[in-house]
Design a protein around this ligand. Structure first.
Ligand SMILES: [Zn+2]
Length: 118
């Protein structure tokens, strides 16, 4: 597959002395890498020293010449009532949850986020 990736430096090309291309093109096969995140694509390079490169999926603009839509972050916001009647705002985005209750600030998890996930 041929992957066209947005060059993040293009947006700040004024700071570079040399020309920054807007896109990079990489060619290779998708490889399964255990430690790659789901939002990353591992692409083989054909170079035995660096057998693959990791590409952030959100930077990919084209695959095999076909434009890919950037994956929209799904944001969920719910107001959950606590046991003492307080209301907490729970937000979730791409599997990451957040809650405004004191317990969450402390433990990074709470029953409100668990309730909102249902
Ligand atoms: Zn909470």
């Amino acid at each position: 597959m041929k992957v066209t990736v947005l060059n993040p430096e293009f947006a700040r090309k004024g700071v570079w002395f040399f020309e920054q291309p807007e896109f990079f093109e990489y060619e290779g096969e998708e490889v399964k890498v255990k430690w790659a995140n789901p939002d990353e694509l591992a692409l083989s390079t054909g170079n035995p020293e660096f057998p693959f490169r990791i590409i952030q999926r959100k930077r990919i603009v084209k695959i095999d010449g076909k434009t890919v839509k950037p994956a929209e972050a799904k944001v969920v916001t719910k107001v959950i009532k606590g046991s003492k009647g307080n209301e907490y705002v729970v937000t979730g985005s791409n599997g990451k949850w957040n809650c405004t209750c004191p317990g969450f600030q402390f433990r990074k998890s709470c029953k409100h986020t668990a309730e909102a996930m249902i």
